[in-house]
Design a protein around this ligand. Structure first.
Ligand code: GLU
Length: 544
């Protein structure tokens, strides 16, 4: 068959491949710089597994002074969710894993576009024509080529039962005349690869993390362009990654079985193969201790919005996922507690080979440490940002009294051993509820009469303290009067003996102010709450 004639028949007006290639020059990057990309399909949310890959892409590009770009793989219109690219990009921006180039929120950036696959159909067509003209692809007129059962039925009808189970597509044997008459009759066709693979052929390739992999070579005449003229991922990504000069393709392990077909397509097109890294899928332990893939239908944590909504700080999310990715992260973090995460160099070899297990307890731990390292002002800024999107009432409280709130968030924060109880912003109002709301219940009180008597006296004698010592003297004095701590001199001489009494006095004050037996340092509470609020709370406590 005259392949060139066939190519002209199928694609009379295609662009010239050489002209396209000229528009995509080599990138001017230093040696060793990696070009990575995040290329999601528009599903409408960012799956934790995709974030895992995007974070690997980002870290590797940053560490090598390379480029991390964003491409939208929107060729499967059936699965497309409107505005999905924006959702994914906004999430990447929020998580500070924003690409350098691509179809970004602020518009297209970079010289290797368009970065949206549905805008690249003419480019794919040019390469489709090239393959036909080289005898490497052929038109297939079977209907619905993506449904195997129907394809077989259709083939059996057209060409006889003996063809129905062939691996190779029977349309590869059509003559030029047959094809021509079908085209003239207006029949639509899909383009298929004329695979060179035979059963038993092996293919070897290097996965950046797994090392050399040997698999059964592709033996299928896979679809390169569908009947609707749109290429599936198998044909679109080799062309895009070649033209956009990707050096490392990071993608989920679910793509590994189709890697032989993809590599055959790279070879057929005459492109250099990129390095592939197949990222392990993230799993979760189920009730029976078995592992299951994190899926959006079953696990809310599969969608990255879950973490933002719960108020995990971005830094904690990134640290946690870096922990999942690489065992080298934790030692690095311990050595460099203040360093920017961008400085952490991921090498694919350090990346976990086994399915990492998502563990919220570990995330909470990471997050507690991240939050403990923040200043009260940083906490305030983050909490306000979170509350504005998730809790309007709390946002209002924060905005009305910013200085007060910073003081509250500073409780137990400074000093060598800051408390590590808070792991996300959605728990902070409850955690400090007594600083934002008067206590409603005094169930913690053991001896109601004793409590009320003490608070009554304390209220009468209470002086808003100038400093901690003065405050403590005042408590001791009142406690002494009520026979909780005899007198000051005795207390000083035998503190152990009278400590219990004094502790009881402090417990009363604590419950009156917070409703709880355990609360942070009393003097700190009193000075932050202020005289008016403290007095009001004592008055309420007496009435209960
Ligand atoms: N569009 C593919 C997906 O969403 C991307 C795979 C890849 O990164 O090459 O899974």
């Amino acid at each position: 068959m005259d392949n060139k004639k066939l190519a002209d028949l199928l694609y009379p007006n295609a662009l010239n491949v050489e002209d396209i290639e000229k528009k995509y020059p080599e990138r001017n990057l230093e040696k060793g710089a990696e070009v990575t990309r995040f290329a999601p399909s528009p599903t409408g949310y960012l799956h934790i597994g995709h974030f895992f890959s995007a974070l690997v892409d980002y870290q590797i590009a940053k560490a090598s002074n390379g480029v991390f770009y964003f491409r939208l793989e929107d060729t499967d219109k059936k699965r497309e969710v409107e505005g999905a690219d924006k959702i994914a990009l906004e999430m990447l921006k929020l998580l500070k894993v924003y690409p350098d180039e691509g179809c970004l929120l602020e518009g297209e950036k970079g010289c290797y576009g368009p970065y949206i696959q549905s805008q690249r159909l003419e480019i794919y067509k040019a390469y489709a024509k090239k393959l036909v003209s080289e005898g490497k692809a052929f038109p297939c007129f079977c209907k619905k080529p993506e449904n195997l059962a129907e394809v077989k039925e259709e083939r059996a009808k057209r060409y006889g039962a003996e063809f129905s189970n062939e691996e190779y597509d029977s349309c590869r044997n059509l003559s030029f005349e047959e094809i021509k008459s079908k085209i003239e009759a207006g029949e639509a066709f899909a383009l298929r690869l004329k695979t060179k693979g035979k059963n038993g052929d092996r293919i070897k390739f290097v996965d950046a993390q797994k090392g050399e992999i040997e698999m059964q070579a592709n033996t299928k005449d896979v679809v390169l362009v569908k009947e609707n003229r749109i290429p599936p991922y198998a044909f679109a990504h080799p062309i895009d990654d070649h033209l956009m000069k990707t050096t490392l393709v990071v993608r989920g392990e679910e793509w590994l079985p189709s890697a032989p077909a993809h590599l055959e397509i790279f070879d057929a097109l005459g492109f250099e193969r990129p390095k592939y890294f197949h990222a392990p899928l993230i799993s979760k332990l189920n009730e029976n201790g078995g592992r299951e893939k994190l899926s959006k239908r079953k696990h809310p944590e599969a969608d990255m919005r879950f973490f933002i909504k719960a108020g995990y700080p971005v830094l904690a999310i990134r640290e946690y996922v870096l922990n999942l990715i690489s065992s080298a992260f934790e030692p690095w973090r311990t050595k460099n507690p203040e360093a920017s995460l961008d400085e952490f160099k991921i090498s694919p070899k350090d990346i976990t080979a086994v399915m990492p297990i998502f563990d919220i307890v570990k995330l909470n731990d990471v997050s507690k440490n991240v939050i403990a390292r923040m200043s009260a002002k940083e906490v305030f800024t983050e909490v306000l940002k979170w509350a504005e999107n998730n809790d309007e009432k709390f946002a209002l409280i924060l905005k009305q009294r910013p200085d007060y709130c910073v003081k509250v968030f500073n409780i137990d924060r400074e000093g060598p051993k800051p408390r590590k109880d808070i792991f996300n912003w959605s728990m902070i109002e409850e955690y400090f509820s007594y600083m934002f709301h008067k206590p409603q219940c005094f169930d913690a009180v053991e001896d109601k009469k004793q409590f009320k008597t003490f608070i009554k006296v304390y209220l009468k004698e209470f002086n808003f303290p100038l400093n901690k010592e003065e405050w403590f003297e005042n408590v001791k004095l009142i406690a002494g009067k009520l026979n909780y701590a005899v007198d000051n001199k005795l207390f000083k001489q035998q503190p152990e003996k009278y400590a219990g009494n004094l502790a009881k006095a402090c417990e009363h004050i604590r419950i009156a102010l917070t409703g709880k037996k355990d609360a942070p340092d009393l003097y700190t509470l009193i000075s932050i709450l202020g005289e008016k609020e403290v007095v009001e709370r004592f008055e309420t406590a007496i009435k209960f």
